[in-house]
Design a protein around this ligand. Sequence first.
Ligand code: PXP
Length: 249
Amino acid sequence: MPLHLGVNIDHIATLRQARYRTMPGAHNVEPSILQAALEAEAAGAHSITVHLRADRRHIVDEDVFLLRREIGTMMNLEMGNTPEILGIALKVRPHFVCMVPENREEVTTEGGLDVIGQKAALRASVTQLEQNGTRVSMFIDPDLDQVRASAEIGASMIELHTGTFANELGAQRSVEAARLKTAAELGQALGLQINAGHGLTTKNLRELFIVPHLAELNIGHSIVARSVFVGLRTAIHEMLELMKEYPNA
Ligand code: PXP
């Protein structure tokens, strides 16, 4: 199986909201989130990822329903485990849900989910989502106890948080890559699909390739940032080219 790429298009919506937050139905709203998703698919993205945050700072409810109807690949919905967002996810029925921690003040998702600390609540949501046809992933730090807890509550997948890996350099980055490797090995042994994401760029990706068993990477910010200069399709092509170097691919 080639390493799959989920393209996170939240920041296309960030750009839209920067101008049109207070006039959502206006005739001149741009950029179009659907066009971004279709461009990403045309470029070879394997799935489209969006995060419906409680504060709706970028993606809004309408986007999620529209994308679910119109895209041709898979939809991955990132969400905090709240009754409100769970209700939406059960209606939308995305192919995948990735459960993430969510703090109102954060600029982006900081740190992995504490699965151990919220086992009962997460298990209940995972059960409902999986019975509703959605495969569920836990966005966790490369912590072996969190990997075990994710398997115990019935998740199909984990997404290993690569934010620390991305923010470190040199020897410290290698230490973090080794932690990710150990977590991936345990996850695989427990029957989980292993995904990874956060802070990944064409500059740091090769150093992640020591991590075995990766099925999918979720990448947003660096692709959208690069697309300002080269366009979304080229930015995605560049990432996919690099991903071909992944040894298990
Ligand atoms: N995976 C998860 C669970 C995330 O929350 C995010 C950020 O929205 C990403 C991947 C993508 O991170 P980035 O935008 O840094 O590529």
